[in-house]
Structure formats: structure tokens, C-alpha cells
Design a protein around this ligand. Structure first.
Ligand SMILES: Cc1cc2nc3c(=O)[nH]c(=O)nc-3n(C[C@H](O)[C@H](O)[C@H](O)COP(=O)(O)OP(=O)(O)OC[C@H]3O[C@@H](n4cnc5c(N)ncnc54)[C@H](O)[C@@H]3O)c2cc1C
Length: 433
């Protein structure tokens, strides 16, 4: 019997989970190909929810999807491990050894064969080589980092609540006022409000959040300035100190230094400026990469030097016919994933990868916790439609709803959203451990 062709997907995020599920259903379950998903984590958490994990508004233990369980139910296989290199001559991915918390090796480095490889390992915050960022900032790239932020915040609140530190305020600086920075600022205020309900004797007056942006407006990537203005107004109203046109040149243990020499004191600095692909992708397998380590691909999402190696999502550099680059967005990751699944299926049948990806901007929404939601829908229709309030909030949550439906199926996905709604009523509003 002829051996099944092997499709290996590395990275089970917004892009990787979608393609693994689609290929699992279309070819894995029908025994037409062997599909394997590899991720360094054990469970999938949808990245746009990480700021809620960081403030405790979301319990990752409930929302995380176990890769192993999902793989079994959806016709693909799962291997845990971190991609280290690609050996294109032998068509193998090389995974780093896995150790336990004490450093004891659990699994040695492994090689996994592929006939088609999809790299979907996402992005990390770009430190732009600014001194002190890596040493003194916290990041929001992984679930573990989000949980670390929660721990730091809770420890500080605990000290306040026990009156040990009443002379000080808690100073948090968030650098980068894109959607992540803005949503995080609002979510922190909401978390402090909610903590009062748990008996913590604190108020938002004790929290100083400074949101720093080098551009002259917040949300600089959002086309409509009207949206930036509306969000800035809301942030000011809840007490966030918004500083635009402020470039950070150094970070140390007590805060930030701006290009004008001004000091911004901070007990914690969240770094959420632009993204780059992980550094090790720069030279992986001799594939072409750009200045921020993304793998350069053709319209089909095949890498420029190897048509059996695809790249999708944030780690990908894909230039559009109009010269622009596909942005690192959840919607692009998802659309690319679904298209690449079709291209691989066509290649499995002896055809070619004939679908080319054109980014269709469905719009951007910014959710400031319970305070406000605003954004632009259907931006591809010449400017789009401005939405605010409940409608915007509904569309914002529908992005996650669609993700759940695509990876779990209609009934299960809908049921999960329903249970999430019930959990909001019956469970504590914050995760305090
Ligand atoms: C707080 C926040 C809010 C956001 N809000 C929005 C939004 O509202 N709308 C929107 O469109 N986008 C939003 N984004 C951006 C969106 O999350 C990303 O564009 C999207 O997740 C990219 O998908 P991806 O699959 O490329 O990467 P990810 O979803 O980051 O997945 C990458 C996966 O690869 C795994 N991985 C990483 N390195 C390795 C390795 N070496 N080996 C094996 N596995 C590895 C990771 O564990 C992860 O599972 C937001 C991002 C953040 C942080």
C-alpha cells in the first residue's frame, strides 16, 4: 500500500488551528493524507483574548483548547515541540528537546518528516533594539506571558489591600497604542473595579496607567482618525494618561526615558509596539526572509524558494498586487489558512497551488473592556462603516464566535459561546490565582 503523504503544520494559533481542522476534515479523516500539527504549547488560546488573560477577565483554563483532544476529534495528529530548524534536503522539521521545569530532559531533539510543510508560528513584540526592553518589560505574546502579567498585578494589589504600601500608587506604562495597548489599558481599569467586588480595598485612583505612542495619534494603523479620537476620549474619561508623539529610547527597572529626556516612572512596563517574526526564522532552512524575519511568500503562500513549504499568518511577508503588505491580523491569518488548505489539497491530487491570496480588510474593532467598543466595518468598501456601542461589541465577539465554530463545528462552537455567557453570570468575574 502506498504511503500517505505527510502534511506538517507548525504553530496552532489563529492560522494553524484553522488549517489543521480543515485538512483534518477533508483529507485526514478520509485517510487521504497524514496531517500533523506541532505546537510548543499543550493548548490553544486565541491570541486576541490574551489581554483578558493578563488581567484575569478570562480564565485560560476554561477557554483553552487541548491540542491532543482537538486533534483526535478532527482527524489530525498532534506533537508537542518547538520548531528549531527545517532540513529541506531531507524534508524534515527539527524540534528542540523538551525539558521539565527542573531542566531534566524529557524528550530529545526530534526530526519529523513532511511532504508539505506549513509554517504558522506567529509573531512576537518588536523591541526595535531599544536598550532595556527585553530585560525590563513584560510582553503579551504567549499565554504564559499573559499569566505572568496577571501574577505581577495581583501581587501588587495584594500588598495594597493589606495596607503595606499605601503611600504609593501602582504605575503601569503600556508602550504602543495599537489595538493591544488600548484594549489592555481599558481592561486594567476594569480589573481594578472588579477586584473591589472581591473585598480588595482598592480603587482605580490607585492605578496610574500611561499609554505611550510614538505616532501623533493612538491606533495609528486604523485609517479613520475619527476612531482614534473617540477611543482617546474614552481612555481619558476612565483615567488613562495618553501620551502620543512620545518615543521611548530606554527602559530601566524604574521606568521609561523618552527621546526628549523626560522620565515616565513605572512599576511595570507592558511592551506592545509592532510585531516581528521570531528571530530564528531569519535563516531557517535557507528560506527567504525580510527585515522583521517573516518568511517571504508568493500569492499562493508558498515560500519563494520551496513550493512545498508554505507560510501563513503573522510570520509571513506577502506583498499584494497594489504593493502593500498583508498586515499581521487574525482575519488575514484565518483567510490564508483556509486558502492554503485548498492549495495543498489540489497538490495532493496532482494539481498545482492555484489560489492566490488577496487581503480583504473586513474592518477593525477596538474593545475597551466594558467601557466602549468602536471600529470600522467592511473597510474594503472605500472607507467602510463606522460602528460603536452594542453593535460594535456584538461584531467584536462574533469574530471569536466564528473562530470557535470553525474549529469545533457549528453546534459545539455555539454551545461553547453559550457556556461562556453562562460562566460570566455564575463564575467570579476575575481569575484571582
Ligand atoms: C491582545 C491582542 C489582541 C488582538 N486583537 C486582534 C483583533 O481584534 N483582530 C485581529 O484581526 N487581530 C488581532 N490580534 C492579532 C492576532 O492575534 C494575530 O494576528 C493572529 O493571532 C496571528 O495568527 P498566527 O496563527 O499567525 O499566530 P498566533 O495566533 O500567535 O499562533 C502562533 C502559534 O505558534 C506557536 N509557536 C510559536 N513559536 C513556535 C515554535 N518555535 N514551535 C512551535 N510552535 C510555535 C504558538 O504557541 C502559537 O500557538 C491581536 C493580538 C493581540 C496580542
Amino acid at each position: 500500500m502506498a504511503q500517505l503523504e505527510k502534511i506538517v503544520i507548525v504553530g496552532g494559533g489563529a492560522a494553524g488551528m484553522e488549517i489543521a481542522t480543515k485538512l483534518g476534515h477533508k483529507v485526514g479523516r478520509k485517510n487521504k493524507a497524514h496531517v500533523t500539527l506541532i505546537d510548543m504549547a499543550e493548548a490553544h488560546v486565541w491570541k486576541p483574548l490574551l489581554h483578558e488573560v493578563a488581567t484575569g477577565a478570562l480564565d485560560e483554563g476554561i477557554d483553552a483548547v487541548s491540542y491532543r483532544g482537538h486533534a483526535k476529534a478532527h482527524g489530525y495528529h498532534f506533537q508537542q515541540g518547538a520548531l528549531q530548524d527545517v532540513d529541506r534536503d531531507n524534508r524534515q522539521v527539527i524540534l528542540a528537546p523538551i525539558s521539565d521545569e527542573k531542566g531534566n530532559e524529557l524528550l530529545p531533539s526530534r526530526r519529523i518528516d513532511y511532504d508539505y510543510l506549513v509554517i504558522a508560528i506567529g509573531s512576537v513584540a518588536n523591541d526595535f533594539n531599544i536598550p532595556g526592553v527585553l530585560e525590563h518589560c513584560v510582553f503579551l505574546d504567549t499565554t504564559e506571558q499573559a499569566m505572568d502579567i496577571r501574577k505581577i498585578l495581583l501581587n501588587k494589589f495584594m500588598r495594597y489591600a493589606s495596607h503595606q504600601q499605601l503611600e504609593d500608587r501602582i504605575k503601569v506604562a503600556i508602550v504602543g497604542a495599537g489595538a493591544t495597548g488600548v484594549e489592555m489599558s481599558a481592561e486594567m481599569h476594569n480589573a481594578v473595579n472588579s477586584l473591589r467586588g472581591f473585598g480588595y480595598k482598592i480603587s482605580t485612583d490607585l492605578l496610574d496607567v500611561t499609554l505611550v505612542e510614538a505616532d501623533d495619534r493612538i491606533l495609528p494603523k486604523v485609517e479613520k482618525e475619527q476612531i482614534s479620537a473617540s477611543v482617546a476620549k474614552q481612555l481619558n474619561a476612565i483615567g488613562v494618561d495618553v501620551r502620543t508623539g512620545t518615543r521611548i529610547v530606554e527602559v530601566d527597572e524604574t521606568g521609561l526615558t523618552t527621546a526628549d529626556g523626560e522620565r515616565i516612572d513605572a512599576d511595570m512596563v507592558v511592551w506592545s509596539t509592532g510585531v516581528k517574526a521570531p528571530d530564528f526564522l531569519k535563516d531557517i532552512g535557507g528560506l527567504e526572509s525580510n527585515h522583521i524575519n517573516q518568511l517571504v511568500v508568493k500569492g499562493t503562500c508558498q515560500t519563494t524558494r520551496d513550493e512545498r513549504v508554505f507560510s501563513i499568518g503573522d510570520c509571513t511577508a506577502l506583498q499584494q498586487p497594489d504593493g502593500s503588505w498583508v498586515p499581521p491580523r487574525g482575519q488575514a491569518a484565518r483567510q490564508e489558512a483556509l486558502m492554503v488548505a485548498d492549495n495543498i489539497i489540489s497538490m495532493l491530487k496532482g494539481g498545482t497551488a492555484d489560489k492566490e491570496y488577496i487581503y480583504k480588510d473586513l474592518g477593525s474593532l477596538v474593545n475597551m473592556s466594558k467601557f466602549h467598543t468602536v471600529g470600522n466595518l467592511m473597510s474594503f468598501l472605500g472607507g467602510g462603516v463606522l460602528v460603536e456601542g452594542k453593535i460594535a461589541r456584538f461584531v467584536y465577539t462574533s469574530l471569536y464566535r466564528r473562530h470557535l465554530i470553525e474549529i469545533h463545528g457549528f453546534w459545539r462552537g455555539t454551545l461553547m459561546m453559550f457556556m461562556k455567557g453562562i460562566n460570566r453570570i455564575v463564575r467570579p468575574h476575575l481569575k484571582l490565582h
